[in-house]
Write a protein that binds this ligand. Structure first.
Ligand code: PHE
Length: 344
C-alpha cells in the first residue's frame, strides 16, 4: 500500500505539472482528491490492514494528500498569474498609435466674415450694438427720414406683421435707436450686425433673409473724408492692400450726401471681366453723411453734430472674397460647402 501511495503521488505530480489550464487542474484535483478519487480509494482499503499498519498508512495517506493539495494550489496560483499576464499583454494600449480621425466643426463662413469685420471696427474704437428683428414702422422708416407715403418706401418691399410692425428691412433702424438712447450727446460710434428681411424671391443673388452690418459714427466735426478714410481701411482689410476704392453719388433718404462704394475688381484688376460686368469696379456698400433730419429726430443738434453711416451685406462680401456663386449656399448648410472654409 505504501508503494501504491508513492506511485499515486508521483502520478499526481506529473499530471499537475502537465495541467496547463484551471480546468485541467480541477480535473486532476477530482481524479486524486475527490470523493471517488484515488486517495479515497486507498483509505477505503484501510480496513483490510493490520492494527499496526493502519496508523502508518493513514499518516502516509494524509501526507500524500496534503502534498498533492499543496502542489495543486501552487499550480493554481501560477496559472492565475499567467492568465493575468496574458490578459495584460493582450490589452496593452499603444499610446503612440495615431487617434481615430473625428469630424471637427468650425464657425460658419458668414459668421467668420461678420466677426472679422466686427473685429476691425472694434479695433478702431467702435462698439457693437444690436436691435430687434421685428421692428416698428417708426424706426425702420420714419426715424430714418422716410415718412409715410415717401416714395423710397417702395424700394423696400417688406414683410409687415401689423400696420405698425414689420421684419426690419435693413440694420439702419439700430442707428436711430442708438442715437435716441444717447439723448443728444456724442460721440456715437457703433457697428450693428444682424439679420434683415425683404420680400424677394430667392435666387442666386437674392434671399428673403440675409445679413447686414451697419456702421455709424456721430461726433463734432465728422466729414466725408472721415467716411472715405474709414471705408478705405475696410476695403483694404477685406480685399487686400492693392484694392482701390471709389465713391459714386447715390441716394438714401437717411444720408445726405449719399454714396455707393466700389472696389477695383480683384479678378481683372480693373481691366474689365465678367465678375465686374466689364466695368473694372464692384459695388460693395452704401454710405453717406447722416441726414440732419435723422439727427434732429433723435434729439441731436445737427449744427453741432455731424456723422457718417454705412451699410453692407456680409454675404455679398463673402461671395466676392471666396468666389461663392450662390447666396443660397449660406443657408442650405451643405456640410461639403461649409467644410471648405474651416481653414480660412
Ligand atoms: N440701409 C441701406 C440699405 O439697406 C444701406 C445704408 C446704410 C446706406 C447706411 C447708407 C447708410 O441698402
Amino acid at each position: 500500500m505504501k508503494e501504491r501511495l508513492q506511485s499515486i503521488k508521483q502520478e499526481a505530480i506529473t499530471e499537475i505539472e502537465a495541467a496547463d489550464t484551471q480546468k485541467s487542474l480541477q480535473d486532476v484535483r477530482v481524479q486524486f482528491l475527490g470523493k471517488k478519487g484515488k486517495i479515497t480509494e486507498v483509505l477505503k482499503g484501510m480496513g483490510k490492514l493490520s492494527k499496526e499498519e493502519r496508523p502508518v498508512i493513514g499518516q502516509l495517506a494524509n501526507e500524500v494528500r496534503d502534498e498533492i493539495t499543496a502542489s495543486i494550489e501552487e499550480k493554481a496560483d501560477l496559472l492565475e498569474k499567467q492568465a493575468i499576464e496574458e490578459q495584460l499583454k493582450a490589452e496593452t494600449i499603444d499610446v503612440t498609435l495615431p487617434g481615430r480621425p473625428t469630424h471637427t466643426g468650425g464657425p460658419h463662413i458668414l459668421m467668420k466674415t461678420i466677426r472679422d469685420i466686427e473685429d476691425l471696427f472694434i479695433g478702431m474704437g467702435y462698439e457693437v450694438a444690436e436691435g430687434p428683428e421685428v421692428e416698428t414702422d417708426y424706426y425702420n422708416f420714419e426715424a430714418l427720414n422716410l415718412p409715410k407715403g415717401h416714395p423710397a418706401r417702395d424700394m423696400q418691399d417688406s414683410f409687415y406683421i401689423t400696420e405698425e410692425l414689420l421684419m426690419r428691412t435693413h440694420t439702419s433702424p439700430v442707428q436711430a435707436r442708438t442715437l435716441n438712447a444717447h439723448e443728444g450727446r456724442g460721440p456715437v460710434k457703433i457697428i450693428c450686425p444682424g439679420k434683415v428681411y425683404r420680400r424677394d424671391t430667392d435666387d442666386a443673388t437674392h434671399s428673403h433673409q440675409f445679413t447686414q452690418i451697419e456702421g455709424l459714427y456721430v461726433d463734432e466735426h465728422i466729414t466725408m473724408s472721415d467716411l472715405k478714410g474709414t471705408l478705405n481701411v475696410l476695403a483694404k482689410h477685406l480685399f487686400g492692400e492693392d484694392r482701390e476704392i471709389r465713391l459714386r453719388p447715390s441716394f438714401f433718404p437717411f444720408t445726405e450726401p449719399s454714396v455707393e462704394m466700389d472696389i477695383s475688381c480683384k479678378v481683372c484688376n480693373g481691366d474689365g471681366c465678367s465678375v465686374c460686368k466689364h466695368t473694372g469696379w464692384i459695388e460693395i456698400l452704401g454710405a453717406g453723411l447722416v441726414h440732419p433730419n435723422v439727427l434732429e429726430m433723435a434729439g441731436f443738434d445737427s449744427k453741432k453734430y455731424t456723422g457718417f453711416a454705412f451699410g453692407m451685406g456680409p454675404e455679398r462680401i463673402a461671395m466676392l472674397k471666396y468666389g461663392i456663386e450662390d447666396i443660397r449656399h449660406f443657408y442650405t448648410n451643405d456640410v461639403r460647402f461649409l467644410k471648405q472654409f474651416h481653414q480660412v
